[in-house]
Design a protein around this ligand. Structure first.
Ligand code: GAP
Length: 627
């Protein structure tokens, strides 16, 4: 007989889980909580507690495993503060704005587009121009959520989201906390391409902090001012490089394309990655490839596929660098929707509370071209042709003995300008005279002085500016989603329990070990040894000998520990090998396993090589006392 734990007899409870319920559990059990509360707190900053930090670490490890290791990509770690010229070049100084409206009465700041979305039901209001946003505030008589004063007539302004800082003492140099980890990869492109042996395609991954001075942070980890991104910059030659689409062709996805969003009553497209590419719904094959890889990855870490979709950005919604973008969105409004609620969620895109958790952008050659214009380094890759090519090139060989006396100090610049013009516009040399422009001034040169001719040249390759496909994940939003989708309630022995159905790979604590009785030396000694063995096998272990066994199970259920190992008298009595019970969190079913097999078996489940059902088949279920 196993210890006194009733078998789970109840149905999963389908009631709404509120953000407040998640925040309460998160705070009480050490997942996350508002920072600096001893000093009154400051909106938009969160501390991950022991469970949250472990959960987040596991999510990051799973991301690294999939997007860096398995894809064969490099990973780097760049500084979080970068000098101003980086963000001039990247476009963030000019274009990284949200719409701000301030209350005339209480002075509280609000995101104008969010107010409109919340109060009028209009979607994606950030795509609207400012005058239209001001008109909508007036038309709907929108009011300050803080004090209730009317916001009609208040100006709406662009507010840059970057945190500015000063590097070094005195007037120093202006710097900014990076608003995305990506720029730390782009500015180092010159070196990174060398590490990749100048061979496209290659990818560079980074997991790190990003900072945005959000106008109104909200909903726990969903919109904060400091957060973690996991980003991959995939550099490709769009003319030559293709992803391994066959690896993801069969992945099923729920797509919400821009064309459907723009239609009255538009629908989801339930399709596969292969079909989405063939029909052109997802235009870029690299984006499609990563949508497939990411769908599988989100399921691996415990995101509920029924509450997951890919939504394409509307044209006005795209970031300044993107020519196409698909967001991974998670539904956070309901607990394990079933019946009618599940049907509606699956068929009606307006149903549910959807939050972006990752973005998949086609950034073209925007970033590398911009940095190429501003910085001295080369942001191109020299690609060798398979065979050398013979090409015709227009060239000039200016006669300096004629240019010198004619143009004096400007003669060298005129010669350079003639060379550039020959490459760009050979037809300009068709007449008796050719005109070049330098700093707004025109210089006329007789064509025979330029010595223009067309030559055959052999070239071994060319310089190309790589295009970038960027899967960009919000780690904190993923962590929040994983908690929200794992959150469950059921009835065990007539009592409601709350538990988190984390998959073993990401659960912050893998196993809890209990001696059934805390005052029995033989039980506590063996439980201590088992805990050490499990830790040695790389598992995260909690040891608990306080309180009745039911309460100990409940504590572990609430932090999502998949397995509890209990050492009871039956396991240490007799002459056979010592055994302990293993209780699985969701079913509360128990098995009895020889102690010296525990570590290997549970480590195999944690790694995804076995399931609890495999163990149950091998060891058989154990009856509990009172089921
Ligand atoms: N490099 C591209 C980029 O930064 P983004 O859509 O602005 O794209 C990527 O951000 C991801 O970062 C989002 O999908 C989201 O998960 C996360 N994120 C963005 N702003 C955030 C915030 N204020 N708080 C928490 N996560 C945020």
């Amino acid at each position: 007989m196993a210890n006194d734990e009733p078998v789970n007899t109840g149905e999963v409870n389908d009631e709404q889980v509120t953000p407040e319920a998640i925040s309460e559990l998160a705070k009480r059990r050490g997942f996350f909580f508002g920072s600096s509360e001893a000093y009154g707190g400051v909106a938009g900053f969160y501390t991950m507690g022991p469970q949250g930090a472990a959960l987040k670490g596991n999510v990051e490890s799973a991301w690294r495993d999939r997007f860096a290791v398995k894809e064969g990509n490099q990973e780097i770690e760049a500084p979080t503060i970068m000098p101003e010229p980086v963000f001039e070049a990247s476009g963030h100084l000019d274009g990284f704005d949200d719409m701000l409206v301030e209350c005339g009465e209480c002075g509280e700041s609000h995101r104008a587009d969010h107010l409109i979305e919340d109060e009028t039901g209009i979607e994606e209001a950030e795509t609207l121009p400012i005058p239209e946003v001001e008109a909508l505030i007036e038309e709907h008589d929108l009011r300050c959520p803080n004090c209730g004063a009317s916001l009609a007539g208040r100006p709406v302004e662009d507010f840059n989201l970057m945190f500015e800082t000063s590097i070094g003492p005195g007037s120093g140099q202006t710097g900014y906390l990076r608003p995305e980890t990506a720029q730390g990869i782009f500015v180092e492109f010159g070196r990174l391409k060398e590490y990749a042996r100048n061979q496209l395609p290659f990818g560079v991954a980074q997991i790190g902090r990003a900072y945005r001075n959000e106008i109104s942070p909200r909903r726990g980890l969903i919109r904060t001012r400091e957060f973690t991104q996991a980003e991959l910059e995939q550099f490709v030659d769009p003319e030559r490089d293709e992803p391994s689409l066959d690896d993801v062709r069969d992945v099923e996805v729920r797509l919400y394309p821009a064309t459907e969003q723009e239609k009255e009553g538009g629908d989801y497209l339930e399709t596969t990655i292969g079909e989405a590419v063939e029909t052109g719904v997802v235009a870029n094959e690299w984006i499609a490839y990563y949508l497939g890889i990411a769908k599988r990855w989100f399921e691996r870490v415990g995101v509920d596929a029924d509450r997951f979709r890919y939504r394409q950005h509307l044209p006005g919604e795209r970031a300044h660098y993107a020519s196409d973008c698909w967001d991974a969105e998670a539904e956070l409004g309901s607990v394990s929707a079933s019946g009618d609620a599940a049907d509606r969620l699956a068929t009606d895109p307006s149903a549910g509370d959807w939050v972006e958790i990752a973005g998949f952008s086609y950034r073209t050659d925007y970033d590398l071209s911009k940095h190429g214009e501003h910085a001295d380094e080369s942001f191109t890759v020299f690609e060798q042709y398979d065979e050398p090519k013979t090409v015709e090139r227009a060239v000039v060989d200016p006669d300096m003995s004629a240019l010198g006396p004619e143009f004096g100090a400007e003669a060298t610049d005129v010669a350079d300008a003639l060379r550039d013009l020959a490459a760009l516009d050979p037809d300009a040399f068709g007449g008796d005279e050719v005109v070049v422009e330098i700093d707004g001034e025109e210089y006329a040169v007789p064509t025979d002085v330029a010595n223009f001719r067309v030559e055959e040249q052999t070239e071994s390759g060319e310089h190309v500016t790589p295009h970038v496909i960027e899967p960009s994940f919000g780690v904190d939003r993923t962590v929040y989603t994983v908690i929200a989708h794992a959150y469950a309630r059921d009835e065990v022995d007539g009592e409601t329990r709350t538990y988190l159905r984390f998959v073993p790979e990401i659960a912050p604590t893998s196993v809890a070990v209990f001696p059934l009785l805390s005052n029995d030396e033989s039980l506590t000694a063996l439980a201590g040894e088992i805990a050490d063995d499990l830790r040695e096998a790389g598992l995260s272990v909690a040891y608990d000998d306080s309180g009745n066994i039911g309460r100990r199970y409940r504590r572990q259920d609430e932090i999502g520990t998949p397995f509890c190992v209990t050492v009871d008298p039956e396991g240490v009595e007799g002459t056979g090998p010592e055994t302990a019970t293993v209780r699985e969190r969701d079913s509360t079913a128990q098995i009895r396993v020889p102690v010296d097999e525990l570590a290997d078996e549970l480590a195999a489940v944690r790694r995804g090589r076995k399931t609890f059902d495999d163990l149950r088949a091998a060891y058989g279920a154990v009856e509990t006392a009172d089921a």
